[in-house]
Design a binder for this molecule. Structure first.
Ligand code: PAF
Length: 271
């Protein structure tokens, strides 16, 4: 991979990377399309990263759809699929990790020990192998995006890390590889995430600036939905992700909710 990228770079080609764990859907493909329009050499990585899973059942259940993924990539003009094996990524004796303090600790980080260290470590390795000028991530994993942007800045990785908007089903459910695990009933109840975000946004748009009041409407919406179990709902600063008491600057609401054994996350800007 590195040799291929180096020769592309030497020929003056702009290299873009869209890192994924496969099970590609329209959300991923919107990142791919954006990258395609902004580079010469387009690489999609597909690697289900064991280091970022805090539960082995989640790792095992993660959908693996290689045939469909490669067909989608071919149809969207991807030049290279980089799909290393786990032993190639983490050979015996591997013992390094990258950790982004602060940003990684709240929200999902507080509930999934080690998750973001796993993400930053693998993404740093992918950046090392692909040497992209540009890498594109989805805003659905907003905390992940902010953590990776910070890592790239702090460690002078010399690339641009771009976030792109979340793609949604017509009824508002954020596209996610985990949606395939939802039963029809859970799929219907999963709309509580979008409803909670909409209510929080409406309250903020109406002039409410008290973060606790905004959080309350979201929590109530989740709690009154059958089968939905709230993991967290937070109003945070849109850049450093610290919890806010009031909406003085750009703010984001972030949610994690369980539907049965499926954990879904979503977020949206509040102002
Ligand atoms: O968002 C994902 O799919 C993964 O966390 C990533 C960025 C590909 C790292 O494994």
């Amino acid at each position: 991979m590195r040799a291929h990228s180096e020769s592309a770079r030497a020929a003056g080609r702009r290299v873009a990377l869209v890192p994924t764990m496969g099970a590609l859907h329209a959300g991923h493909m919107s990142l791919v399309d954006y990258a395609r329009a902004n580079c010469d050499e387009l690489v999609v990585s597909i690697f289900v990263n064991p280091l970022q899973f805090d539960r082995s059942d989640d790792l095992e259940a993660y959908p693996r759809t290689w045939e469909e993924d490669s067909a989608l990539c071919a149809g969207h003009g991807v030049d290279v699929i980089y799909a290393p094996t786990a032993p190639a990524m983490y050979p015996e004796g591997f013992c390094s990790k990258i950790s982004v303090a602060g940003l990684s600790e709240g929200l999902c980080g507080a509930h999934r020990p080690g998750h973001f260290d796993g993400v930053t470590t693998v993404v740093a390795k992918l950046f090392g192998a692909v040497a992209p000028h540009l890498a594109v991530f989805g805003e659905k994993d907003y905390q992940q995006l902010k953590v990776i942007q910070r890592m790239a800045r702090d460690l002078d990785m010399g690339l641009e890390v771009i976030g792109r908007p979340t793609l949604r089903e017509a009824d508002g459910l954020a596209l996610s590889s985990r949606n395939v695990h939802l039963s029809p009933e859970e799929r219907a109840n999963a709309l509580c995430l979008r409803r909670a975000l909409d209510q929080a946004r409406a309250l903020a748009a109406g002039g409410e600036s008290d973060a606790a009041a905004i959080k309350d409407v979201a929590v109530q919406e989740i709690n009154q939905t059958p089968g939905a179990r709230l993991e967290y709902a937070e109003v945070v600063d849109a850049e450093d992700l610290t919890p806010l008491a009031s909406l003085d600057g750009p703010a984001r609401m972030a949610l994690a909710v369980w539907l049965g054994s499926t954990r879904l996350i979503d977020n949206d800007a509040l102002n």
